[in-house]
Design a protein. Structure first.
Length: 97
């Protein structure tokens, strides 16, 4: 399953050649990450399009391995109709309201 954010950025920059598209997407994501790091979120929420999992240990492992231990796990009970999966992993979902 392609991350919805990456998909949206690829669509946004689809008129660029591949190398320039990838460079621009990388810069765009870094800018978004920098903006988010500047914000102090006191009550984080699960947002439309966020990556989610139904297995807490999987989220912990992902945070340790891919986010250099700089992560928070947010727990929320949602309806099954609000999570979607591309079929390539039973552990990774997107959240959509």
């Amino acid at each position: 399953m392609k991350n919805p954010i990456i998909y949206a950025l690829e669509e946004k920059y689809k008129d660029l050649e591949y190398d320039q598209q990838q460079k621009t997407i990388y810069q765009d994501l870094n800018s978004q990450i920098s903006d988010l790091e500047k914000q102090k979120i006191k009550n984080p929420q699960i947002n439309n399009g966020d990556w989610v999992t139904t297995i807490r240990d999987y989220a912990v492992d992902h945070g340790k391995d891919h986010l250099k231990n700089n992560y928070k796990i947010i727990s929320k009970t949602v309806k099954a109709k609000n999570i979607y999966n591309s079929g390539d992993s039973v552990l990774e979902y997107g959240y959509s309201i």
